[in-house]
Write a protein that binds this ligand. Structure first.
Ligand code: DAH
Length: 343
């Protein structure tokens, strides 16, 4: 046999064996490739070796040398493939792997600080017997105003202070009608929705977004969150209101929180108060509260002679900001992960 022919056969075999060793995806296919090419008895390399005897005498040294090189090369490839499969497909060789180097911590996402606060508030109020109620963010004027004892001429209904929704109806032609829908400006709407559907006693909280066309600054944002509370039963008093708010604040802020009521006015409560809280320093206003106005009870078909109620509405951003020492409400909604990842 001519040397060229022998070398051709050898190279062709090397090419096929290399491809198969590199492609082997698991131990079983690698072993099959090993038997096919490197098998001691009937492997294809063995067959080629037999052909060595027929090579012209003068070319034998060259043929033998090349044969040994290929054999060596295939054995190296085979052991690399064995390591690769043992490493779970990782090409890195075992010697590169240093088990003492600390691992890389995967970056996990987590809940937005406002969501975390909401979950905690739900948890605390749940322990005080309050269940969560929900209402729509697109609300009608009855639930946002009328049923809450906010009459037509009340300044709280000013279009400059509310996001009324333009609909085909309100926009059509000359006969523009009053708006029917708005983005709710307060979660007090949910009080009405719950009372319309249930009979006393009622003990709910509602947490969610509200909208007001305020210019964004450090303490204002056109969308923010409130937690609303409502308790209706026989003989509910202001004392209940104050104890509930105090228990709630002490659980959340984990401190000896004092609650102060300042006289105020809300159309849906009588009497009405602003709720301030204080611990380790100044008094901070968190929202409003009061005893549910008899007009509100009547609007949902309750008898004010039979039942009374307490209600409160607090700003969730404010609660969260105080908890974490955040000084600008806009930080919550910039979605800057450097800020968000701190909580
Ligand atoms: N809805 C009021 C606001 O957004 C807050 C509020 C005050 C809620 C008194 C109440 C309440 O339930 O009793 O400013």
């Amino acid at each position: 046999m001519a040397l060229a022919e022998f070398l051709n056969t050898l190279d062709e075999l090397a090419k096929q064996a290399t491809a198969q060793f590199e492609a082997a995806a698991d131990a079983v296919s690698l072993e099959a490739a090993r038997v096919e090419f490197l098998g001691a008895k009937s492997g294809r390399l063995k067959d080629v070796q037999k052909g060595l005897g027929q090579v012209d005498k003068a070319d034998k040294p060259a043929a033998g040398k090349r044969f040994n090189e290929v054999k060596q090369q295939l054995e190296t490839l085979f052991s690399a493939a064995t390591k690769r499969i043992a490493n779970g497909g990782c090409v890195e060789t075992a010697s590169d792997f240093d088990p003492t180097i600390p691992g890389k911590r995967p970056v996990l996402g987590h809940l937005h600080p406002i969501t975390q606060t909401i979950e905690e508030l739900v948890d605390i109020m749940g322990r005080l017997g309050f269940t969560v109620a929900e209402g729509p963010e697109i609300e009608d004027l009855w639930h946002n105003f009328d049923a809450l004892n906010i009459p037509l001429e009340h300044p709280a209904r000013d279009p400059l202070d509310n996001f009324y929704l333009a609909t085909a109806e309100t926009m059509s032609g000359q006969n523009k009608t009053e708006p029917k829908w708005m983005l709710r400006s307060q979660t007090s709407t949910v009080q009405i929705r719950v009372m319309e559907k249930t009979q006393p006693p009622v003990r709910i909280i509602s947490l969610g977004r509200v909208y007001r066309p305020d210019t964004a600054d450090a303490t204002h944002y056109p969308m923010f969150h409130q937690i609303e509370g409502l308790l209706i039963d026989r003989h509910v008093t202001m004392a209940d209101l104050k104890s509930i708010l105090r228990l709630f604040a002490e659980s959340f802020f984990e401190d000896d929180v004092h609650v102060r009521f300042r006289p105020s006015f809300f159309p849906f409560t009588e009497p009405s108060v602003e709720v301030d809280m204080s611990w380790a320093g100044d008094w901070i206003e968190f929202g409003g509260a009061g005893m549910v106005d008899p007009n509100v009870l009547r609007a949902v078909g309750y008898d004010p002679e039979e039942v009374s109620g307490l209600a409160f509405g607090l700003g969730i951003e404010r609660i969260c900001m105080r908890r974490h020492g955040i000084t600008d409400i806009r930080e919550f909604y910039k979605n800057d992960v450097r800020f968000l990842h701190q909580f």
